[in-house]
Design a protein around this ligand. Sequence first.
Ligand code: BGC
Length: 335
Amino acid sequence: MKVRKVIVFLLVISFIATFSLSLYFYLKAFNFDTRLTTDRKIKEPQYHFILIPEEMDNPYWHLVEKGAKAAGSEIGAAVEYSGPIQTNVEAHINEIDTAIASKVDGIITQGIGSKNMTAIINKAIQKGIPVITIDSDDSDSRRNAYIGTDNYSAGYMAGKALIKAMGGKAEVGVVTGNFESANEKERVAGFKKAVAEAPHVHIADIQESHITRVQAAEVAYNMVVKHPKINAFFGTSALDGIGISAIVQQLDLKKGIFIMAFDTLDETQNLMKKGYIDATISQEPYQMGYESVNMMVDLLKGKQVKAVNHTRTQVITAKDLPIKAAFSNRGVPND
Ligand code: BGC
């Protein structure tokens, strides 16, 4: 009898233990699932956009990326940042083609202005995928909108500021990102217009850097050797001024050569503080990225979006520093 009682007691205990454990794990699993589902509901992006830069690992483009992703997380859009490792028009076009094939909701891309690029942008539009060009336009294409600098004006502004700083007399070497991109061509054209208005200013040479510091330094070196009268440089893309200043420092030409750069990357600002770069033209890459995503959502919602949206540019000298990279008209905090 006693033994039976003990067995019943043990059975009851083990039943209670099994039941409690099952209940505990069931509830745990249930809670976990509920949380995941709610999280998913909050985070599930409504749109999937792609942002295609001129080159992936470029500090200027990382600012565009940062702005685009900030807007994306506010608005519920997944922004994929993908493009050529190093500037390469063919790889850029392939990237757009892949984005079309994967049926993204919107393509935000730098516009180069080449025939093949125009054709691929038009293909996206024809397939019903909206396209916004950023930083550099392709006004011959059927893109929905452009956001970025007014590059011709920016080049003209750089020219005017350089001429003023040089007292109206200069022999200038121009280092440009590349000869193909629409934005670089426009900057050079604007600069030439300013130079044409100054009778004692001449452009001694124009060479490409392929948007790298190293090649900017190399072509700047070749220019000072070939044209010893050069006393000013204009670097038309974000890393050109940095490359030019490396050569000017190395050759100890600091006092004799004026450098007008482009953009306000941290490295440029540091060189300006040290006096190696004299002035630069600021752009708003963070804001371009931020606004492009908002514009894309507006387009998808059928709202009216202006075809050309210019962000601001300014002549910056050491007294204006520091310049913050991240800000937006729509109230994104500075970093
Ligand atoms: C230009 C970009 C370019 C970058 C290269 C910027 O000034 O706006 O088009 O890709 O420089 O570093």
